[in-house]
Design a protein around this ligand. Structure first.
Ligand code: ADP
Ligand code: MG
Length: 328
């Protein structure tokens, strides 16, 4: 049997910018696969190529064995898409939005009716089916979009930042729907996110993407285990001094970024007093110190030297510089 999604050396250039830079991976049927990375990493561009919205510059990909460049219609039939820009008709009811979409896919009236009812139940919107979308909360809209994306029974679902802008409770709720879809319906899901918790909690495997390249790909557990122990974060006015002075063999990794030093070590709770004493002796001030188990943020940091948030701040700044240049 072919894999659900096969991607080989996929690349997209926009003039001088390489937005997606030769990525490769395979996704098994029924997997929830996450593309985790900061804004501007190339996540949406990747999904756009896989869903035949954008043509790749080079490389290839196939969905259920169907090549994205040779059979666009075939690919579109086997995928459901929920992209970032909301595309529901605000003036129509939930039911009408579904029905309209079903007509686009040329589903027979009976089939439309049955599936709409089934899917609205699945995302718990059955009771609101006759209300216009304008009255819906953000979470309800996202659920409706997911239901709509499933109307033609795709075997693969693309979700671009599915919980962006939702409150934590709604986000949790949505994670449950997504997990259920994969588990009970066997739907393969590829989603993008810059939320580490989302990638960690929801995905079977995660590809960490930065500047268009996959820098790590594994299960969340394996990625975090790769850090090799606990993480201690020290906030200080003098990070260089800490990096220079902590040379003990049990310091497995040290990273300095934005006034903070992050070090990895085994059994951090037993080392913390040693660290504090050592820094006191060398008169290096500590503003705060904390211990935690590794997160995917630590994984990102260990590969790039920056946190996802710091990387996003850089991207924003570059975009501003670029826009300023374009204006002058
Ligand atoms: N149509 C386009 N034309 C030019 N540059 C683009 C276009 N779409 C995206 N980009 C650029 O490509 C890079 C990747 O963008 P995108 O895939 O949207 O990232 P992400 O979804 O990870 O935030 C960014 O630097 C973005 O500005
Ligand atoms: Mg995006």
């Amino acid at each position: 049997m072919t894999v659900a999604i096969h991607v080989e050396n996929l690349t997209k250039r926009f003039n001088d910018l390489v937005a997606v830079d030769g990525i490769s991976f395979d996704i098994e049927h029924g997997e929830i696969f996450g593309l985790l990375g900061p804004n501007g990493a190339g996540k949406t561009t990747t999904l756009s190529m896989l869903s035949t919205i954008l043509k790749p510059t080079s490389g290839s990909a196939a969905i259920n064995g169907i090549d994205i460049e040779h059979d666009e219609d075939g690919v579109r039939k086997s995928i459901g898409i929920v992209f970032q820009d909301q595309s529901l008709d605000e003036e129509l009811t939930a039911w009408e939005n579904m029905d309209f979409h079903g007509r686009l896919y040329r589903l027979a009236a009976e089939v439309r009716k049955q599936r709409t009812s089934e899917l609205l139940q699945l995302v718990e919107l059955e009771e609101r089916k006759n209300d216009i979308v304008k009255t819906f909360s953000g979470g309800m809209r996202r659920r409706l979009e997911i239901a709509r994306g499933l109307l033609h029974h795709p075997s693969v679902l693309f979700l671009d930042e599915p919980t962006l802008g939702l409150d934590p409770q709604t986000r949790n709720h949505l994670w449950q729907y997504i997990a259920t879809l994969a588990r009970e319906k066997g739907i393969t899901i590829i989603l993008t996110t810059h939320n580490m918790e989302e990638a960690d909690r929801l995905c079977n495997r995660v590809a960490i993407i930065d500047h268009g390249r996959i820098i790590a790909l594994d299960t969340p557990t394996n990625l975090k285990d790769g850090i090799g122990g606990d993480v201690v974060s020290i906030r200080t006015p003098n990070p260089e001094a800490i990096v220079a002075s902590l040379n003990e063999p049990w310091v497995l990794r040290k990273e300095q970024h934005n006034g903070e030093v992050t070090i990895s070590l085994q059994n951090a709770e037993h080392r913390i007093s040693t660290i504090v004493t050592a820094l006191n002796q060398r008169q290096i001030p500590i503003e705060s110190i904390s211990i935690h188990k590794p997160t995917l943020e630590d994984v990102f940091l260990s590969f790039t030297g920056k946190t996802i948030r710091e990387q996003e701040a850089d991207h924003k700044m570059n975009m501003r510089t670029y826009q300023r240049m374009m204006r002058h």
